[in-house]
Design a protein around this ligand. Structure first.
Ligand code: NAD
Length: 393
């Protein structure tokens, strides 16, 4: 079929297999060109490995250190006239390219929050790798069914008071004010259940109980802090409460045993998850403009390559006073944030193109689904039915 993007709000319901493959290849090439001589992990489990930061982590581990990787994904194959999800195509491409390069890569498709998928993953680790020495926890999910069967839905709201600020309507590129209402106590608790540390800890405990993780393994999950304009929505909002819980879980896991658990505070980037947060996409559009102009812009792969090669495995782990790894170091530089603030104050619908890099934003958004890759003929008839080598559906 000829596959075109079909965008609904902040989601695209189609994905392009050849485009996804080209973009995965681009990330691999980036890592090959930027890997350090650091001694890194060799057997890596990435939970949430099909898109965004998780995919970039998997690619980095494999191509910086030759690591064998097992990825947990939650994606759909093609069926009828529907394409597969882009995470499906990314995973298929990664496995194919890794195999060509002699690297072990297998994936498990299903709900990472479930016991069934934990059991399946551990079975695969035991059979093929014995133990893992690094676990990346990179889930971004709207809901979770907890072990007792209760389903929790996360919300992106403020805590305490409502907050009004500018936002962008991505459909027509207009700027207007939005008021985000505070979450209820139940909504905050549900968000913590979905995006907090409970499930991360369950994974590590299950791996330990099965003797499927090395005693000196490293595990990390990702968080975001950002500048004051985003705080009511993010760091101080319902998602921020979940991230506080994630952070507390990291501290607890590290103090409980020999495994080192880290939170890496990453840069704000266009991913399927961040597109859904009010106010944040407008901030990202402005941030991209400023960071590109200053020559310090990074995407997921640049961030993860720097995390693994320089901050985590380059010798001593480089952390801030609270033991967090700061991959947002470039984003949070004073001169960058001062410029962002100036543009934030003046941006409106009329001057949006001069104040924010919306073209860059949309380029990244379409690339999430495999559209806009160099060298791909998007008018060509394309086979949407792509298999992931390690997955039998
Ligand atoms: P993403 O949407 O690109 O990726 C999330 C991944 O989780 C996808 O591969 C998805 O398939 C997978 N997933 C979701 N639910 C799942 C489930 N039930 N079972 C298995 N897999 C599942 O998101 P992202 O932006 O890369 O986010 C990853 C982490 O990074 C999150 O913790 C997020 O808060 C954090 N982070 C993101 C940003 C940003 O700006 N995007 C910045 C800092 C930190």
């Amino acid at each position: 079929m000829i596959i075109k993007p079909k965008v609904r709000g902040f989601i695209c319901t189609t994905a392009h297999p050849e485009g996804c493959k080209a973009l995965v290849k681009e990330q691999i090439d980036y890592v090959k060109a930027h890997k350090s001589a650091a001694n890194g992990p060799k057997k890596v489990l990435v939970i949430g490995s099909s898109m965004g930061y998780g995919l970039a982590s998997r690619i980095t581990a494999a191509y910086s250190f030759g690591a064998a990787t097992i990825g947990v994904i939650f994606d759909k194959p093609a069926s009828g006239n529907r394409t597969a999800s882009s995470g499906w195509y990314n995973t298929a491409a990664f496995e194919q390219l890794a195999a060509e390069d002699g690297l072990y890569a297998k994936s498990i498709n299903g709900d990472a929050y479930s016991q069934e998928i934990k059991d399946k993953t551990i079975e695969l680790i035991k059979a093929d790798l014995g133990k893992v020495d690094c676990v990346v926890y990179s889930l971004a999910a709207p809901r979770r069914t907890a072990p007792d069967g209760t389903m929790y839905t996360s919300v992106l709201k403020t805590v305490g008071e409502s907050y009004t600020n500018k936002t962008i309507d991505l459909r027509n590129r207009t700027v207007s004010d939005i008021t985000v209402e505070p979450a209820t106590e139940d909504e905050i608790n549900a968000t913590i259940k979905v995006m907090g540390g409970e499930d991360w800890k369950l994974w590590i405990e299950a791996l330990k109980a099965a003797d499927a993780i090395e005693d000196d393994a490293v595990t990390m999950a990702y968080s975001y802090i950002g500048p004051a304009i985003t705080h009511p929505m993010y760091a101080d909002g319902s998602i921020g409460k979940a991230k506080d819980d994630l952070f507390a879980t990291a501290k607890q896991m590290t103090s409980d045993g020999t495994i080192k658990a880290y939170i890496s505070v990453n840069k704000a980037l266009v991913t399927q998850s961040s597109a859904a947060i009010p106010i944040v996409p407008l901030y990202i559009g402005i941030l991209f403009k400023v960071m590109k102009e200053q020559g310090c812009h990074e995407g997921c792969i640049e961030q993860m390559c720097r995390l693994f090669n320089e901050k985590l495995y380059g010798g001593n782990v480089e952390t801030d006073d609270e033991n967090r790894i700061r991959m947002d170091d470039l984003e949070m530089q004073d001169h960058i944030q001062a410029e962002v603030n100036k543009l934030w104050d003046k941006i409106n619908t009329d001057n949006i193109a001069e104040c924010a890099d919306l073209d860059g934003y949309f380029e990244d958004f379409y690339k999430l689904f495999g559209f806009g890759a160099d060298g791909i003929d998007y008018e060509a008839d394309t086979d949407a039915d792509v298999k992931i080598p390690s997955i039998t559906e």
